[in-house]
Ligand binder design. Structure first.
Ligand code: PLP
Length: 457
């Protein structure tokens, strides 16, 4: 009999068993030789619990998905009820109440003119759907030479090859660049990049002018312009003025290209309105939703579009115009039901109003960080707040990425009971909306301590 160095699975801790078999997302697994994997046994509201009594405040909403808090009673009840009726069927040739009711509700609350809902099952696949649909729309109209997209520098749209193509975050994109489409990247309206002495308005106008120049040159070969309205999230919580989004809508109309709004992270109340596009007073041609759509309980995504797009695909089968894209779990009944319950919470409870008060509290508590010698910017849009750490506040010289200062903040958070998972040198707070003012105070205290430790040498 051989004696195995690995203890029987039943005796080993969850974290040990995990490291033997699970390969985690967005992770250099080697880090976990020194960084303990958190064994999460339960979640309730804003908190994640381990079985041994430890708990962590989920200050990043489980990768921004968990907008209403974990296990919201209304979503839990809806899912229990749904499980007793229908789990899943393919959505080709069949339909079900949650898929229809959710589409009706999405159309009701979306910016006016978005009247058709195409389901997929995660954010990246929603982007793939919208990119293909835009290309295919132009092709159906006889404009097959339109094969390119304009994306914004610093934007993030997911990591499948199409979505990654229109993403401009080096960490995720560079390795795979040889495999990707070649979009045209436009300068970002990111307010952090504004030249000193320039007003916000001048900055927006300059970036719109740059976009106009690109469209003048390329519109004939462009299907759509892709943007994360108001906040470029994975790119470092970089924020821009709603006037840019409004101006971009006008430019897309002038040059007759689609506007694709990726509201996967900013949708569902994150920026202060149900959808970020509302603050620009515009309707995009495609709006991609996921993350908060199901309240963060189940994977689901939706691409909303207008009647003109829908009509371009509607013809006798033989015309070959149909959009034949599919995913096995497109429009999963449980996920649709969770999303429907999520939207009902937004309809029946003063979620956005409450968020305004919480966002104001968060802003007030973060304000003292503005004077910190290693903080170049404290910015906030609704329930997204970000702190930009730099080596030198006067020159804005960043810390070298290899320093991994953000990781120190993360480690400190774990010790003190909060999940803060910085994006490089950007520490951010993006909590579930059930967070209390006291819990905000706790998170800000922990982040402030973590920052002090992170910049100490
Ligand atoms: C997370 C995200 C995506 C990708 O969604 P996944 O479900 O992770 O594939 C796309 N766009 C934005 C803006 C996101 O934040």
């Amino acid at each position: 009999m051989s004696t195995s160095p690995v203890p029987p699975a039943s005796l080993a801790s969850l974290a040990t068993r995990d490291l033997a078999v699970v390969w985690h997302p967005c992770t250099q697994m080697h880090d976990h030789e020194t960084l303990p994997m958190l064994p999460i046994a339960r979640a309730e509201g804003a908190w994640l619990h381990a079985d041994d009594g430890r708990r962590w405040l989920d200050a990043v909403s489980s990768w921004w998905t968990n907008v209403l808090g974990h296990r919201h009673p209304r979503i839990v009840a809806g899912l229990r009820d749904q499980l007793d009726r229908l789990d899943h069927v393919m959505l080709a040739g069949m339909t079900h109440e949650p898929a229809v009711a959710l589409a009706e509700e999405l159309v009701r609350v979306a910016p006016p003119g978005l009247s058709r809902v195409f389901y997929a099952d995660n954010g990246s696949s929603a982007i793939e759907v919208a990119l293909k649909m835009s290309f295919h729309y132009w092709r159906n109209l006889g404009q097959a030479k339109r094969t390119r997209f304009i994306a914004i520098e610093g934007g993030y749209h997911g990591e499948t090859l199409g979505a990654l193509s229109v993403t401009d975050v080096a960490l995720y994109r560079d390795t795979y660049a040889p495999l990707l489409l070649q979009p045209i990247f436009a300068p970002s309206p990111d307010d952090y990049l504004r030249e000193p002495g320039t007003t916000r308005e001048e900055h927006v106008q300059a970036r719109l002018e740059a976009m106009r120049v690109l469209l003048e040159r390329h519109a004939h070969e462009v299907c759509a312009v892709v943007i994360e309205p108001l906040v470029q999230c994975a790119g470092g919580m970089r924020m821009h003025d709603a006037a840019y989004v409004a101006g971009l809508r006008k430019l897309c109309d002038t040059f007759d290209v689609h506007l694709l709004a990726d509201e996967i992270a900013v949708g569902f109340g994150r920026t202060g309105t149900l959808f970020a596009c509302e603050q620009a007073g515009i309707t995009p041609d495609f709006m991609c939703l996921s993350k908060g759509l199901t309240g963060g309980t189940l994977p689901l995504s939706a691409v909303l579009t207008n009647e003109a797009v829908y009509a371009a695909f509607y013809a006798e089968y033989a015309a070959g115009k149909a959009f034949l894209h599919s995913h096995s779990f497109t429009g999963n009944a449980l996920a649709c039901r969770a999303a429907l319950e999520t939207l009902r919470v937004f309809r029946d409870e003063p979620v956005l109003e409450r968020n305004r008060a919480l966002a104001a509290h968060l802003a007030a508590r973060l304000a003292p960080l503005r004077g910190h010698p290693n903080v170049a910017d404290v910015r906030q849009t609704g329930m997204i707040a970000a702190i930009e750490l730099v080596r030198d506040v006067r020159t804005r010289e960043p810390f070298p990425a290899a320093d991994r200062r953000g990781l120190r903040v993360y480690r400190h958070g774990l010790e003190r009971g909060a999940i803060l998972r910085p994006l490089g040198n950007v520490v951010y707070v993006m909590p579930p909306y059930c967070i209390t003012p006291d819990e905000i105070d706790l998170v800000v205290d922990i982040a402030t301590e973590g920052i002090a430790l992170a910049v100490a040498d």
